[in-house]
Design a protein around this ligand. Structure first.
Ligand code: G3P
Length: 220
């Protein structure tokens, strides 16, 4: 499973890079707004620290033409990295087809059903981003959507043409349950990544080993 970092915070991305936990980055207008900096500046700062890893950048165009215009602008900001995020709408899917023809990678976001994911894959999206946390928020099962999507993609010999990025991840359990069904990527907030490392018994075990090691040193 690839781990993308779901943030526009460069310091968090640097930490994830140091830990080998950054196979890519996803941003969106809300994550950009949190940084309080110019969109282009943030994207270029992130691109400078992630090598040639994929970096999803989202515009706000309503029509396919507006989305394509945004995409051509964003792609110039970080040609090695930029993946264009478009919403799961008819205009977004039209934009996917146009951008595919231009060799620009796409990430169809705000996906909440298997039928939407199927349409995105049929259009040739590079990535599709089903939002598990927001489905959970309304009492539906986000992980069930991931299972449904992976079942469909595998039924058609999941050639990896369209990769599934599990998004709106709120807990390590979201990551684990998605990995169990073979989701290609999880895009994970750094705070959730931190939780993935920790277990109370690991900490307790280290503490006890240190105590016993100290005892063994006294016996020399
Ligand atoms: O990648 C999408 C993600 O940033 C949305 O997360 O928690 O706002 O649903 P959330």
């Amino acid at each position: 499973m690839k781990f993308f970092v779901d943030t526009a915070n460069v310091e968090a991305i640097k930490k994830a890079m140091e830990l080998g936990m950054c196979d890519g980055v996803t941003t969106n207008p809300s994550l950009i707004a949190k940084e309080g900096k110019d969109h282009e500046q943030v994207i270029k700062e992130i691109a400078a620290v992630i090598g040639d890893r994929p970096l999803s950048v989202e515009g706000m165009g309503d029509t396919a033409a507006e989305m394509v215009k945004d995409a051509e602008k964003f792609a110039k900001w970080a040609p090695k990295n930029v993946v264009i995020k478009v919403p799961m709408t008819k205009e977004g899917i039209k934009a996917v087809r146009i951008l595919k023809g231009k060799g620009i990678k796409t990430n169809v976001t705000l996906v909440f059903s298997a039928s939407q994911a199927l349409i995105a894959a049929k259009a040739g999206a590079t990535y599709v981003s089903p939002f598990v946390g927001r489905l959970d928020d309304i009492g539906q099962s986000g992980i069930q959507l991931i299972k449904d999507i992976m079942e469909i993609y595998k039924a058609y010999d999941h050639k990896g043409e369209t990769q599934v990025i599990v998004a709106s991840v709120r807990s390590p359990e979201h990551v684990i349950d998605s990995a169990k069904v073979g989701a290609d990527v999880a895009t994970i907030p750094f705070a959730v990544m931190e939780k993935m490392w920790v277990h109370q018994l690991t900490d307790k075990g280290i503490e006890l080993f240190k105590i016993d090691y100290a005892k063994s040193q006294q016996n020399k």
